[in-house]
Design a binder for this molecule. Structure first.
Ligand code: CA
Ligand code: CA
Length: 177
């Protein structure tokens, strides 16, 4: 019965339903963490896609928003120590904020400041802050490698990835049972 269902789901994509068409990174995302993949991509299709499904532009916007989210999160701790709001965190600002924090958080903030102070002048400039934030976003993107290839799930090549195509991709990567 299950096989019949899988067949019926895949049938409209016969001829396309070949995992060789998917990049290795995308196949790995589906195969290694199918529940996470399904949750993430269905949210993407339903949330960022239009009525017809997810478009390439919608996918690019989503990925850019994810990178922005990581950058903001990365800069947050530093910006909270920018007491004079000039975009940089000096030693004086750092120590004032460290003194007001719980002991368990002090080391973390000091380390975060040191890591970001690339030229070692004791101040984390706005440029240094952003550079580290971009690095964090790049690392997060690498963790989600394969999501950039999601348009490969557009098996019928109509420019939209639908929930049906997502289900077909999941069924394809499911080990034979
Ligand atoms: Ca400052
Ligand atoms: Ca610096």
């Amino acid at each position: 019965m299950l096989r019949l269902i899988v067949f019926l789901v895949l049938w409209p994509f016969a001829g396309f339903a070949d995992s060789a068409g998917l990049s290795p990174a995308l196949q790995a995302q589906i195969r290694d963490r199918p529940e996470r993949f399904e949750a993430k991509v269905s949210a993407l299709i339903l949330g960022y896609g239009g009525a017809k499904g997810m478009t390439a532009q919608g996918l690019q916007d989503y990925l850019a928003m994810e990178r922005a989210r990581v950058r903001v999160r990365d800069m947050n701790a530093m910006l909270l120590a920018d007491l004079d709001d000039d975009g940089a965190v000096t030693q004086r600002e750092l120590l004032a904020v460290v003194a007001a924090q719980r002991a368990s958080l002090r080391g973390r903030l000091l380390r975060a400041h040191t890591v970001r102070d690339a030229d070692g002048d004791g101040t984390v400039s706005g440029v240094e802050m952003r550079a580290q934030a971009r690095l964090a976003a790049t690392k997060a993107t690498a963790r989600d490698a394969g999501l950039g290839d999601l348009m490969q799930l557009d098996f019928d090549k109509d420019g939209f990835v639908t929930m049906q195509e997502l289900r077909a991709a999941l069924a394809m990567q499911r080990p034979e049972s």
